[in-house]
Design a protein around this ligand. Structure first.
Ligand code: PMP
Length: 434
């Protein structure tokens, strides 16, 4: 495959943009480096790169693109918004329309506020929880990613319930000390953390269905227990649904699982591909936020008409009957095909799948927390990723990320993808292609 134009663009980018990219994972560090492919056109489930190679896309821009690239309904909405001016700094009626649409879809949202990214949304829920409870500490779960703000970019030390250490230079140790990290799906570690720090905990932050060390579902009853124990300790429960809102159902993971948080952070899909974030929750908690309350949060771009219009249009596509059934059906085809192929070559894999999102782990052991995901074979994943890319399948360049299907994917895409999977497994094992 000729990728000469991508190569020269990346070399040029490295002269001007730090690391050549505007978000680190795009530099393929998760798969041992290489030249990132520069795409020039997305249409439905497909990409064309700058060297005119064609790809089936499962990156979905790390989640937001659930209706396929350049969906005509969303594109029209964005064009229309652009023709009337993309940014006013005054309220617009679109904000009301969208807020009502989100509230109708997710019952735990009495009040919402739009921001510009998932990072902003999560960061603000923590501030609001601190304002509401008058406490400082938070509990989070190891391996969950909640954006790049100081407080959540903190890793666990060793042991079941540990005070955090900064995961990035530039985060003061004192900030990390306000974060307690426990393993996902481990209720006794969570209880221990509460026993030790319970009366200092403002909020418990969790991805209700994890998307950041692969797709990992909570064990039966885990989230309900998190809710009950957190509330007993006087802490708020915050769901980070930046990946999960509108991913598995028209609504959020909380509805699928039948548990309600006090606050929810969202992003990605709800912007239809334009920058967005949103947070919301119980009215008495949200009323902590300025201009009603003492917790300050603002944004020049927040609620801008283009993001609102794209988000509304995206939800209009998703609310069509059959959307999530389609994603689930294709997801199941992909899962079965990968598993069958792997077993025919004697390769140990786990496919963690929910609906139209899945993660392929190279391991023989179930993955239910971050440690399990860490212990999967990264080198095998890197070879798999590079081989799939060379065969025209664009995946996320990390063993921890999900493959995202879109409403634009068709059975033909899945068949082509499975053909590439089979060839890749043949190459990885040196066996004959089935
Ligand atoms: N929370 C979760 C669960 C995420 O997956 C992400 C992004 N991958 C974020 C927050 C941060 O969102 P953004 O990149 O829009 O700031």
């Amino acid at each position: 495959m000729n990728i000469e134009t991508s190569k020269s663009l990346f070399q040029e980018a490295e002269q001007h943009i730090v690391g050549g990219v505007n978000s680190p994972s795009r530099a393929y560090k998760g798969v041992g480096g290489g030249t990132p492919i520069y795409m020039k056109k997305g249409e439905g489930s497909r990409f064309i790169d700058v060297d005119d190679n064609k790809y089936i896309d499962y990156l979905g821009a790390y989640g937001p693109i659930i209706t396929g690239h350049a969906h005509p309904h969303i594109t029209d909405a964005i064009k229309k918004a652009a023709e009337s001016g993309v940014l006013y700094g005054t309220p617009t009626s679109l904000e009301n329309v969208f807020a009502k649409k989100l509230k109708n879809a997710i019952p735990s949202l009495d009040k919402v506020r739009f921001v510009n990214s998932g990072t902003e949304a999560v960061m603000t829920t923590i501030r609001v929880a601190r304002a509401y409870t008058g406490r400082n500490k938070i509990i989070k779960f190891a391996g969950c990613y909640h954006g790049h703000s100081d407080l959540v970019l903190v890793a666990a030390g060793s042991g079941p319930a540990t005070l955090g250490t900064p995961d990035s230079a530039g985060i003061p140790a004192a900030i990390a000390e306000d974060v307690i990290t426990v393993p996902f799906n481990d209720i006794s570690s969570f209880q221990k953390a509460l026993e030790q720090y319970g009366d200092e905990i403002a909020g418990v932050l969790v991805e209700p269905i994890v998307g950041n060390f692969g797709i990992v579902e909570p064990k039966e009853g885990f989230l309900q227990q998190v809710n009950d124990f957190a509330h007993e300790a006087g802490a708020l429960v915050i769901y980070d649904e930046v990946i999960t809102a509108f991913r598995f159902t028209y609504g959020s993971a909380q509805q699928l699982l039948g548990v309600e948080p006090d606050m929810t952070a969202m992003g990605k899909i709800i912007g239809g591909g334009l920058p967005i974030g949103a947070y919301g929750g119980r009215a008495d908690i949200m009323e902590q936020v300025a201009p009603l309350g003492p917790a300050y949060q603002a944004g020049t771009m927040s609620g801008n008409p283009a993001s609102m219009a794209a988000g509304i249009a995206c939800l209009e596509v998703l609310e069509q009957p059959g959307t999530y059934e389609h994603l689930d059906r294709l997801g199941a085809l992909l899962e079965d095909g990968i598993k069958n192929s792997a077993s025919s070559y004697g390769i140990d894999v786990q496919v963690n799948r929910l609906g139209g999102a899945l993660t392929l782990f190279f391991t023989d052991k179930e993955v239910e927390n971050y440690k399990d995901a860490e212990n999967t074979d990264g080198e095998k994943f890197a070879s798999f990723f590079k081989s799939m890319l060379s065969k025209g399948v664009n995946l996320a360049p990390s063993k921890y990320e999900a493959w995202f299907l879109t409403t634009a994917h068709r059975e033909e895409d899945i068949h082509k993808t499975l053909e590439a999977v089979d060839q890749t497994f043949a190459e990885m094992t040196g066996k004959n292609h089935n």
